[in-house]
Design a protein around this ligand. Structure first.
Ligand code: PDD
Length: 287
């Protein structure tokens, strides 16, 4: 399938999309990104993703190349031109192409930031069979940098974590630091004890998930107890349930951690209910 993608102002077939070898996103991972899901042709929590994009750009003193209104229009145009019903829109803003390799940031007046967006079609994204069986995860040490709250494209270690999980016959890896779980390779991590949902508090240690914010809001509205604090791997292995959240997995139950089976070994009732509520409410609010 040849996609239409958006590159610095133009909609082009993917084979014709070009980025300079001097682009700092390519050379230095000097770039931030967002992934917004599309369900039924509409965008899930677009406002949340744009708000986090502002934050990531602000922390790195990078200019936003187009307005928020233009971003929405580009997302919608890519959905329409590529006939996306269910899937994802990937957005990346880079510090641009200064014409050479240099560790110093270029003068933004001379080097405008760059922008790329492309769609990924994933029919039936909300009905992933894995949600019925749950994920099995391994733990790996969190050796990422100290600003995980900025959504940069430095994804080598998360990719390595996914590979380690795959080699172990599992679905994902949870990062741990000083015995505590930080988050998954590309998702936020939760455990459930009784009806209480426990997840690490926001800090520079984890990405401030957009799905996380929505799920915690819905959980509180459904009178579930939410506790934002760190938890150890051992506590997770002894929990009743666990799950992860992200724009691409929504709420995904976790049934095994480093070989320890949680509860019955099937997705737990809190995780299953939260997934239902999240999908129902966010589809209602999609734009
Ligand atoms: N990943 N933590 C990390 C490290 C992530 O990469 C992500 C998202 C999340 C969840 O954030 P959100 O709910 O806003 O998607 C948490 C995206 C989906 C990705 O890299 O594909």
């Amino acid at each position: 399938m040849s996609r239409i993608v958006y590159v610095n102002g133009d909609y082009v077939p993917e084979a014709e999309a070009k980025i300079s070898v001097f682009d700092r996103g390519f050379l230095m991972a000097d770039a931030v990104y967002e992934v917004t899901s599309v369900l039924g042709g509409k965008l899930i929590d677009f406002a949340g993703h744009v708000a986090r994009l502002h934050r990531s750009l602000g922390e790195l003193e990078m200019a936003q190349p187009v307005t928020d209104e233009a971003l929405l229009a580009i997302h919608r145009e890519l959905v329409a031109r590529n006939g996306i019903t269910d899937g994802l829109i990937y957005l990346q803003v880079t510090r641009g192409n200064p014409g050479d390799r240099d560790f110093l940031f270029p003068d933004p007046a001379a080097t405008p930031s760059g922008i790329v967006l492309f769609p990924q079609s994933k029919p039936g994204l909300a009905n992933a069979p894995a949600a019925k069986t749950g994920w099995r995860v391994i733990s790996v040490p969190d050796v990422r940098w100290g600003r995980r709250d900025i959504k940069t494209t430095q994804l080598l270690y998360p990719s390595m974590g996914k590979m380690m999980a795959k080699k172990a016959g599992c679905d994902d890896a949870w990062f741990t630091e000083e015995g505590f779980v930080t988050e998954g390779t590309s998702n936020n991590a939760y455990i459930v004890k009784g009806r209480r949902i426990i997840t690490r508090a926001l800090s520079n240690d984890i990405l401030h998930g957009i799905t996380r914010a929505a799920v915690l809001r819905f959980a509180k509205e459904a009178q579930m107890e939410v506790e934002e604090r760190s938890f150890t791997l051992a506590e997770a292995q002894a929990a009743d349930e666990a799950f992860v959240t992200s724009a691409s997995a929504f709420v995904m139950p976790v049934v095994e951690i480093d070989g320890a089976v949680l509860g019955s070994g099937k997705p737990g009732p809190v995780s299953v209910r939260l997934r239902e509520i999240y999908l129902e409410e966010s589809i209602k609010a999609s734009v």
